[in-house]
Design a protein around this ligand. Structure first.
Ligand code: B12
Ligand code: SF4
Length: 502
C-alpha cells in the first residue's frame, strides 16, 4: 500500500488474525515444559471491532494449534481471507514475516498487516526489513483497524490513518502521527471470546500457577503509570484506564457461566493502580459468590493490609509481584519506585493475608555485580515467597534502558532471542558463566527448599496438578543440568536485528 485498492464487497469481508507459530522452546528454552499458553487478547478486542463493522473474523493461533512455520500460511489460506493481521512481539516478528511471505507468494492480492509491541517499538524498521507486510499498526489497534476496514470497504485511501505505518507510492516507509486521543474503552463492544476455538481447553497456565481449572487470563485495563527503565510498556503508554466496571463483570460472568472458568489471572500491567474501581470489582466478586479463584499482577508499592483482606475475601489466591531484584542499587537504577524494604513488607503482608506470592525476579541488569546478586539471593531466602519466575535482563527495543545502552555502544542483536530466558547481555565485571551459575543456584536454592517441596506435595493427589508439577520439575531439572546457553552478543550496532528471518 498505500496504493488504492478496489472496494472490498460485503461477501469478501473476511479478516484472519494470526499468532505467529513460536514454540514453547522459542519462548522458554530448557524451561519449555513449565511454560504457559494463553489466549491472544489483542484479537478478542480487535475481533469485536471488526465484527461490529460486519466483517467475518477468524483466528489462527499458531502456538495453541501447534502449527509449524511451514503449515501456518496453509491454515490461513484455508480460511480464504481478504485481510490478514499478525500480532508480533520482538521475538516472534521474524516468524510472522515468514508466514506473510508465504501468503504473499500464494495470494498477492491479500492485505497483510502487523501490530503489537514490536511494531509499536520499531514501526518503520519493521516494515523496511519485513517487506511482505503492507501495513503496520503502532500502538493501540482498535481505532486504526476500524478506520482501515472502513477504507477497505469503500476503496478509499487509508494513508492518513493515525498510527498507521505504510509505504508511499515511491516505496518509502512512513509512520503517521499517533491519534490525538486514546481509544475510549467505554465504547468497546463485548470481547469476542467465541472466536477462540476449543477455549478454554486449548490454553493452560504455567507450572507456577497450581490452581483450579478451567483456567484463563483476562485483561481489562491499559497502560501503566510507572516507568521502569527495562519495561516495554509503549503500546498503551502511561495513563491507565480500564473497561467500565459493568463490562469487566460482564466478562467475568461470561467466563464463569458460559465457559465454566474456575480460575482467572488478571494479567493487566497495573489494574490495582485504579484503586477505587478495583475495590468495586472486588466487592462485586464477593457479591457474586462464584466458585472462582483469581490472581493478579501487582506492584508491591500498591499493597496494604486492607486491600489484601478485601482481595482474599473476593477470591484472590495468588499475587504475582514485579519484585525484579533484592538489591536497592539495582532497584534505583531501573527506577522501580520501590525499595527492598517496601517489597519485603508487601510480601509479609501478603503471606499474613493468606494469599500466595509469586515473584518476578530478573538478573543481569546493567550494574549487576556479585554483590547485588548476593543481595537478591539473600532477599529470596529471607522473604515469604511461594513461587519464583526468574529471568535474565532482556533489552527490548526502544525501552529507556536499551536506548541508554545503545548510546553507550552496548546493544544486543538478534530479535528472535529476546524472550527473557536467553542470556543476551552480560554486565561489566560478570561473565556468562557467572550469570548462568547464579541462575541455576537461585532456582535450586529456591525450589529445592524443604518448605517449598512440602507446599507442593498436596497437589500430587490431583492428577492435573501432578502433571503441571511434573512439567515444572522437568523444566527445572533441565535448567539445573544445562551446560551453557546461547552465546550472548556484545557487539555494538544492530547486528542481526535487521533480519526478519531467524
Ligand atoms: C498476555 C501476554 C502474553 C501472552 C500472549 C497471548 C497472545 N498470544 O497474545 C503470553 C503469556 C502467551 C505471552 C507470551 C510472551 N510474551 Co507477553 N505479554 C502479555 C502482556 C502481559 C499482555 C498482552 C496483551 O494481551 N495485552 C492486551 C492487548 C489488547 O494488547 P496488545 O496485545 O498490545 O494489542 C493491542 C496493540 O498492540 C494492537 N495490536 C496487537 N496486535 C495487532 C495486530 C493487528 C493486525 C493490529 C491492527 C493491531 C494489533 O492492538 C491491540 C489492541 O489495542 C504483555 C504486556 C502488555 N501490557 O502488553 C506482555 C508482552 C507483550 N510479552 C512480552 C514477551 C517478551 C513475551 C514472551 C517472549 C515471553 C516468553 N518468554 O514467553 C512471549 C512471546 C510470545 C509470542 N507469541 O511472541 C513483552 C513483549 C516485548 C517485546 N517488545 O517483544 C510484553 C510487552 C511484556 C513486557 N513489558 O516486557 N505474553
Ligand atoms: S514493570 Fe510493571 S510497574 Fe514497571 S513500567 Fe512495566 S508494567 Fe509498569
Amino acid at each position: 500500500m498505500t496504493a488504492l485498492r478496489p472496494a472490498v464487497p460485503a461477501d469478501k469481508r473476511r479478516l484472519v488474525f494470526v499468532v505467529p507459530p513460536v514454540t514453547a522452546e522459542d519462548r522458554y528454552g530448557p524451561m519449555a515444559s513449565a511454560g504457559n499458553s494463553l489466549p491472544p487478547h489483542a484479537f478478542l478486542y480487535l475481533g469485536a471491532i471488526a465484527r461490529q463493522r460486519g466483517w467475518e473474523v477468524l483466528i489462527v493461533d499458531g502456538p495453541a494449534e501447534g502449527l509449524t512455520l511451514g503449515r501456518c500460511a496453509e491454515e490461513v489460506l484455508k480460511r480464504d481471507p481478504t485481510v490478514v493481521g499478525f500480532t508480533a512481539t520482538t521475538m516472534s516478528v521474524a516468524k510472522a514475516a515468514t508466514v506473510a511471505e508465504d501468503l504473499r507468494r500464494s495470494r498477492p492480492d491479500l492485505t497483510l498487516m502487523v501490530g503489537g509491541p514490536h511494531v509499536t517499538a520499531l514501526p518503520e524498521q519493521t516494515l523496511e526489513r519485513c517487506p511482505a507486510f503492507d501495513l503496520g499498526c503502532a500502538g493501540e489497534g482498535e481505532p486504526l483497524l476500524d478506520a482501515l476496514l472502513a477504507a477497505l470497504e469503500d476503496g478509499s485511501d487509508p494513508s492518513a490513518i493515525p498510527g498507521l505505518v505504510h509505504r508511499t507510492a515511491a516505496g518509502e516507509v512512513v509512520l503517521n502521527p499517533p491519534a490525538h486521543e486514546e481509544f475510549d474503552l467505554d465504547h468497546m463492544p463485548s470481547l469476542a471470546w467465541d472466536l477462540l476455538e476449543d477455549f478454554p481447553e486449548r490454553y493452560h497456565a504455567a507450572a507456577t500457577y497450581l490452581n483450579k481449572t478451567p483456567f484463563t487470563d483476562l485483561i481489562v485495563s491499559r497502560g501503566c503509570r510507572y516507568r521502569c527503565t527495562f519495561c516495554d510498556n509503549q503500546t498503551f503508554g502511561r495513563s491507565i484506564r480500564a473497561l467500565p466496571l459493568d463490562k469487566i463483570l460482564e466478562n467475568v460472568d461470561r467466563l464463569v457461566l458460559d465457559y465454566g472458568i474456575k480460575s482467572l489471572f488478571f494479567t493487566d500491567d497495573s489494574l490495582m493502580t485504579l484503586r477505587g474501581q478495583f475495590e468495586e470489582m472486588c466487592e462485586a466478586l464477593i457479591a457474586r459468590d462464584y466458585d472462582l479463584e483469581w490472581s493478579i499482577n501487582a506492584r508491591t508499592s500498591e499493597i496494604d493490609a486492607d486491600i489484601l483482606k478485601l482481595m482474599r475475601e473476593a477470591g484472590c489466591w495468588q499475587i504475582s509481584y514485579g519484585v525484579e531484584s533484592g538489591s536497592w542499587e539495582i532497584l534505583k537504577r531501573i527506577k522501580k519506585g520501590a525499595t527492598p524494604r517496601m517489597q519485603e513488607r508487601a510480601l509479609i503482608l501478603t503471606d499474613q493475608a493468606g494469599i500466595k506470592a509469586n515473584a518476578y525476579i530478573i538478573i543481569g541488569f546493567p550494574g549487576e555485580t556479585h554483590e547485588t546478586l548476593a543481595e537478591t539471593e539473600a532477599f529470596l531466602k529471607r522473604v515469604p515467597i511461594d513461587t519464583l519466575r526468574l529471568t535474565y535482563f532482556t533489552p527490548f527495543p526502544n525501552t529507556d534502558i536499551t536506548d541508554d545502552m545503545a548510546a553507550s555502544g552496548e546493544l544486543i542483536a538478534d530479535w528472535t532471542k529476546l524472550n527473557f530466558y536467553n542470556l543476551v547481555y552480560i554486565p561489566e565485571g560478570l561473565t556468562q558463566r557467572d550469570l548462568e551459575r547464579a541462575y541455576r543456584r537461585i532456582m535450586a536454592r529456591f525450589y529445592l527448599r524443604p518448605q517449598v517441596i512440602r507446599s507442593f506435595l498436596p497437589h500430587l493427589i490431583v492428577p492435573r496438578k501432578a502433571l503441571a508439577l511434573f512439567r515444572g520439575t522437568w523444566g527445572l531439572s533441565k535448567v539445573l543440568t544445562a551446560r551453557t546457553g546461547v552465546e550472548p552478543a556484545r557487539e555494538a550496532g544492530a547486528g542481526t536485528v535487521g533480519e526478519c528471518h531467524s
